[in-house]
Design a protein around this ligand. Structure first.
Ligand SMILES: *Cc1c(COP(=O)(O)O)cnc(C)c1O
Length: 237
C-alpha cells in the first residue's frame, strides 16, 4: 500500500462509497434486496493505481473493455485478489487470450466467439461465466445478438463445456428520463424471463451504467456496470 494519499485516491474511495450507498438506497426504493445487486467497477482507460485504490476500499470486481489494455492489467494485478469481467466487443482473434485472463465475459454475441472462448478456457480454471449481449434497441450500429436470434445462441452456448451461461447484458440507446430508460431494461428482463424457462440456471441481468442505474435496478439488474461515477470522466480514446 502506498503511504502517499493523492486526491485522486480519495476521490475514487469516496465515489465508490457514494455509488454503493446509491445502489442500496435504490434497491430499497424499488423493493429489492441490496445484496442481490453486484457492483462492477468499470476501469477501462483508467490507470492501475485507480484500480488498486478501489480494491483497497473493498471493491473486487472490475470491468474492462479493450483487450490489450485489459490483459495487461490482469497480468499486472493478478486474478487471486480480483474478479475480472470483460465487457467490450470481441474480435475472434482476441478470444483465446480473454478466455485465459477473465472470469466473466458479458459481451458474447456470436457462436464463433463463444466456441473460441470455450476451446481456450484452461481446464484448471472454473468454467468461464458468460452473458449474451443483446442488441435491445435493434440499432444497426450496435453490438449484440438480436432478440429473434437470442434463443438459438443461448441453446448453442449452453452446450459448450467450459462456459457457463449466466444471463444477459445490454447497453440500451441513450435516453434521458427514468421512464424512457426503463423501457429497454424491461425488454431485456422479459427476454431473460422467457429464456429462463429453458435455461433455469441463468441468474444474471447485467444492465445499468452511471447514467441509468436506477432504471436498471427497478427492472431487476443483478450486476450494474459503473465507470464514470466511480473513476470520473474518461478522456476520449
Ligand atoms: C464504459 C462502459 C460502462 C460504464 O459506463 P459509465 O457510463 O462510465 O458508467 C458500462 N458498460 C459497458 C459495456 C461500457 O463499455
Amino acid at each position: 500500500m502506498s503511504s502517499s494519499t493523492s486526491s485522486q485516491e480519495h476521490s475514487v474511495v469516496d465515489a465508490l462509497a457514494t455509488v454503493r450507498e446509491q445502489i442500496s438506497t435504490l434497491a430499497q426504493k424499488h423493493g429489492r434486496d441490496p445484496a442481490s445487486i453486484q457492483l462492477l467497477a468499470v476501469s477501462k482507460t483508467k490507470p492501475v493505481a485507480a484500480i488498486t485504490n478501489a480494491r483497497q476500499a473493498g471493491q473486487r470486481a472490475f470491468g474492462e473493455n479493450y483487450p490489450d489494455e485489459a490483459i495487461s492489467k490482469v497480468e499486472e494485478l493478478g486474478s487471486t485478489d480480483y474478479d475480472w469481467h470483460f465487457i467490450g466487443s470481441i474480435q475472434s482473434r482476441k478470444a483465446a487470450a480473454l478466455a485465459r485472463h477473465f472470469s466473466w465475459v458479458h459481451s458474447v454475441e456470436r457462436l464463433k466467439v463463444a466456441r473460441k472462448l470455450a476451446e481456450n478456457r484452461p481446464e484448471h480454471l472454473p468454467p468461464l461465466q458468460i452473458c449474451l449481449q443483446v442488441n435491445i434497441d435493434n440499432e444497426a450500429s450496435k453490438s449484440g445478438v438480436t432478440p429473434p436470434e437470442l434463443a438459438q445462441l443461448a441453446d448453442q452456448c449452453a452446450d459448450l463445456s467450459q462456459l457457463q451461461l449466466r444471463g444477459l447484458m445490454a447497453i440500451p440507446a441513450p435516453q434521458t428520463g427514468f421512464e424512457k430508460q426503463r423501457e429497454a431494461f424491461a425488454k431485456l428482463r422479459s427476454l431473460f424471463e422467457q429464456l429462463r424457462q429453458t435455461h433455469p440456471a441463468m441468474d444474471t441481468l447485467s444492465m445499468g451504467m452511471s447514467g441509468d442505474m436506477e432504471a436498471a435496478i427497478a427492472e431487476g439488474a443483478t450486476i450494474v456496470r459503473v465507470g464514470t461515477a466511480i473513476f470520473g470522466a474518461r478522456a476520449p480514446r
